[in-house]
Design a protein. Structure first.
Length: 287
């Protein structure tokens, strides 16, 4: 079934939606994005995603799309028009098309940003088999640029990382800089040792995950101990548990790192509990 997508003010069948070949996200990866999960037809953590979008735009000196204040309505309209029950809404803003290729940013008075949104249907998103078995990961060097806190569409290296994992018979990769784990290819990374949840502190080295913020808040509310600091790959391999968080995976247990089994090789109790709390609480506040 053809989706209805949103492009610069219009709702269109997906095969009629068009963006210029001169669009800067196409030529220069000059664009930012957000992915918001939909469960039972409702948006999860929408305010967090909107706030991070605003920050990404400001950090890159990119103007807000004209429809910025209507984004909640646009998300809801796409859910409605596509009968979306469980899945995601992808949103991308680029610096637009100046009608040619030039490294210099176009004059924002003349060139308006491009705004695109589309839905991805994933029936049973919250019941993924991976949540029951846990995932296996490999480690790879983190060779991305230094502003990983901005959610840009430069996803070639994370995409290559997923392929490296796949080739190794694994599900994903954790990236490592100077011996310390930064994050997963599309998620934040955590280990658990003696009941304590350890995850890298916020800086320009990682994306400030919206799911991360919510999960850490729920963990603290549940009296779990949380430590936000860097951890090494060696420490991770000796941890009792591992897990990742992201808007579309929620909380996903990690059971193996570079062939080393964590704990008994099954999803650990902390990851399982956090997944349950996160899904319960976010559904309650979904809009
Ligand atoms: N880190 C990276 C590199 C990501 O791509 C993502 C997912 N977009 C995350 C972390 C998790 O962020 P969020 O919880 O906001 O989806």
């Amino acid at each position: 079934m053809s989706r209805t997508v949103y492009v610069n003010g219009d709702y269109l069948p997906e095969d009629e939606a068009k963006v210029s070949i001169f669009d800067r996200s196409f030529l220069m990866a000059d664009g930012v994005y957000e992915v918001t999960s939909v469960l039972e037809g409702k948006l999860i953590d929408f305010d967090g995603h909107l706030a991070r979008l605003e920050r990404s735009l400001a950090e890159l000196d990119m103007q807000k799309p004209e429809a910025f204040d209507d984004l909640l309505d646009i998300h809801r309209e796409l859910v409605r028009r596509n009968d979306l029950v469980d899945g995601m809404i992808y949103l991308q803003v680029s610096r637009g098309s100046a009608g040619d290729r030039d490294f210099v940013f176009p004059d924002p008075d003349e060139v308006k940003p491009t705004l695109v949104l589309f839905t991805q249907s994933k029936p049973g998103l919250a019941d993924s088999p991976a949540a029951k078995t846990g995932i296996k990961i490999i480690s790879i060097e983190d060779i991305r640029w230094g502003r990983r806190d901005i959610k840009t569409v430069q996803l070639l290296y994370p995409s290559m990382g997923k392929m490296m994992a796949k080739k190794a018979g694994c599900d994903d990769a954790w990236m490592v800089k100077d011996g310390f784990v930064t994050e997963g290819t599309s998620n934040n990374a955590y280990i658990v040792k003696n009941g304590k949840i350890i995850t890298r502190h916020l800086s320009n080295d990682i994306l400030h995950g919206i799911t991360r913020a919510a999960v850490l808040r729920f963990a603290r509310e549940a009296q779990m101990e949380v430590e936000e600091r860097s951890f090494t790959l060696d420490e991770a391999k000796e941890a009792d548990e591992g897990f990742v968080t992201s808007a579309s995976a929620f909380v996903l247990p990690v059971v193996e790192i570079d062939g080393t089994t964590l704990g008994d090789g099954k999803p650990g109790p902390v990851a399982r509990r956090l997944r349950e709390i996160y899904l319960d609480e976010s559904l309650k506040s979904a809009i």
